[in-house]
Design a protein around this ligand. Structure first.
Ligand SMILES: Cc1ncc(C[n+]2csc(CCOP(=O)(O)OP(=O)(O)O)c2C)c(N)n1
Length: 532
């Protein structure tokens, strides 16, 4: 007879989930006993970093990632990161220890008294098994739920004495072996009607969202855009956790602004707005206006029923993004409409002291490896980075779509663990570093060679920009003087460099990409919003 532990690890093995991210306590030790040699345990020193690393790992590997947290306080610390994983459509399977069954009713120390409810609105499924021997089945369910579209986090609370219980061999074998696939095609009539509308449209436009990348629809999107000669906008940056279209492509126009009125203004003149793999839309500041420009219809293709239902306007098709775009491209064929105009080249950034973030990114673009990956959490320089680097390979960009800080630093470590052969650059504000700062330790402990570029503007710059937008004057707490990020990283064992001039920055970045170890470059940049 196999134990719950043996059957559960067989399940993880069968699903390719042999990397576990965790921070253990006494309630988790029985799960970790006799930890198998073919598994890797990645220790994070605080749970926000643990889940952030798993989120990056899941997205960059395209597979569900396994997490183990310490009962209620561990889950509590991780809540912001679980919120981010949900927004990122990231299949993170979270387990947490629980007091022994015999001690739960008396609520002995470490009992998570309402374990199921605790992470509830942030996960697709939250569960605690009634019988110890059902744990492998419940874990299998958590994995299926996390992986089915829309992918997202799931949660299982596991009483600590369950791991030694014996499973029913037949039930465990079925739980381990059965597979569930969730790629669903759209009704063929709906897609052929859409193809006809697209062909007939005078001035259609394509909006590329993050789930194009996640569903492997990159080539299908390029084919559709090229054959139908469509201009392309990326979905607004706050919700664009991944890039869905090559940003150096001649048809690429830019990143849509993140507010109702400005989106309509930007899309004025288009009669058909075709969105793929995005919510409609990831709005952020409240700048009202019409939802659509005059005369425009909008059709969204999304695998997420919630994205489809909650959009304030337009039509939606719920189906796999890649399969739908492939069918649509074949059905619509080649258009003889004129392609979009040439894009204006970006102006050279100003020479300033401290340097403009745009100037920093021009230097970065000169040395950025072709197969490089950016993980971005530097709020005031998000658009400058997108505009100057023009990332154009699949799986090259990860951004916390939920907006909860702490994703960037930790996800970068997870992305690098999933993609050991691609250079990973984490571009991060010095304020953002602090929310998952312990991920520096994991990068050093496991020799994860991320390059961290800290944009030091000595303020919560984006909040000052928002204060202007919201007509708020005199708000406290928006400056960050004397925050020595390089010294903090040094304490975790990271090699650090300070590079405040463009030439020094270019040299430091070039060296860091090929150093083979984690390195941090801190660069002093001008305060304020860098939009171009
Ligand atoms: C968990 C969390 N807490 C607070 C915020 C609010 N917030 C958004 S941006 C920001 C400042 C970020 O500062 P920094 O990383 O230095 O970047 P900058 O805005 O200066 O570019 C804060 C505090 C948040 N998004 N997430």
């Amino acid at each position: 007879m196999a134990s719950v532990r043996e059957a559960s690890f067989d399940l993880f093995r069968a699903r390719g989930m042999t990397t576990m991210f965790g921070n253990p306590g006494s309630t988790e030790l029985p799960m970790l006993a006799d930890f198998p040699d073919d598994f890797t345990y990645i220790l994070g020193l605080q749970e926000a970093a643990v889940v952030g690393m798993a989120d990056g790992f899941a997205q960059a590997s395209g597979r569900p990632a396994l997490v183990n947290l310490h009962t209620a306080p561990g889950v509590g610390n991780a809540m912001g990161a679980i919120f981010n994983a949900q927004a990122n459509h990231s299949p993170v399977v979270i387990t947490a220890g629980q007091q022994a069954r015999s001690m739960m009713t008396m609520q002995a120390n470490l009992t998570n008294r309402d374990a199921i409810r605790m992470p509830h609105p942030l996960v697709k499924r939250s569960f605690e098994v009634p019988r110890a021997e059902d744990t492998p089945l419940a874990l299998a369910q958590a994995i299926h739920h996390a992986s089915l579209p829309p992918a997202g986090p799931t949660f299982l609370s596991i009483p600590m004495d369950d791991w030694g219980a014996e499973v029913d061999e037949d039930a465990a074998r079925h739980a381990i072996e059965r597979t569930v696939v969730g790629r669903a095609v759209a009704d063929p009539t709906t897609v052929s009607e859409l193809a006809k509308r697209l062909v007939k449209a005078k001035n259609p436009v394509f909006i590329a969202g993050p789930d194009i990348d996640a569903s492997g629809a990159w080539d299908a999107a390029v084919e559709l855009v090229e054959r139908q000669k469509l201009p392309v906008w990326a979905t607004p940056a706050p919700g664009g956790g991944r890039i869905g279209f090559p940003e150096n492509h001649a048809n690429f126009r830019g990143v849509l602004p993140p507010a109702v009125g400005p989106v309509s203004e930007t899309l004025a003149g288009h009669d058909l707005i075709l969105c793929a793999g995005t919510s409609v839309f990831p709005y952020y500041p409240n700048i009202p206006g019409p939802f659509l420009p005059e005369g425009a219809a909008l059709v969204a293709i999304t695998s997420d029923p919630d994205e489809a239902a909650r959009a304030p306007m337009g039509e939606a098709i719920v189906a796999d993004v890649r399969l739908t775009l492939e069918t649509l491209a074949a059905a619509a064929g080649d258009s003889d409409r004129d392609g979009p105009d040439e894009r204006w080249p970006a102006e050279d950034p100003q020479d300033t002291d401290p340097i403009d973030p745009a100037a920093a990114f021009v230097a970065l673009a000169e040395v950025f490896p072709e197969d490089g990956i950016v993980v971005l959490e530097s709020p005031t320089s998000t658009l400058a980075l997108r505009n100057r680097l023009r990332l154009s390979e699949p799986g090259s960009y990860f951004f916390g779509a939920g907006g909860g800080l702490g994703f960037g630093l930790s996800a970068a470590v997870g992305v690098q663990l999933a993609q050991p052969d691609r250079p990973v650059l984490c571009v991060i504000g010095e304020g953002s570093v602090q929310y998952a700062v312990t991920a520096f330790w994991t990068a050093v402990a496991y020799s994860v060679p991320v390059t961290f570029l800290v944009m030091r503007n000595e303020e919560y710059g984006i909040l000052k920009w928002f204060a202007g937008l919201e007509n708020v004057e005199g708000a406290p707490g928006l400056d960050l003087p004397v925050l020595e990020t390089a010294k903090i990283a040094d304490g975790y064992g990271i090699a650090t460099t300070r590079a405040d001039e463009v030439d020094a920055l270019r040299t430091a970045l070039d060296g860091a990409f090929s150093s083979g170890g984690p390195e941090l470059i801190e660069t002093r940049v001008a305060a304020g919003m860098a939009l171009a």
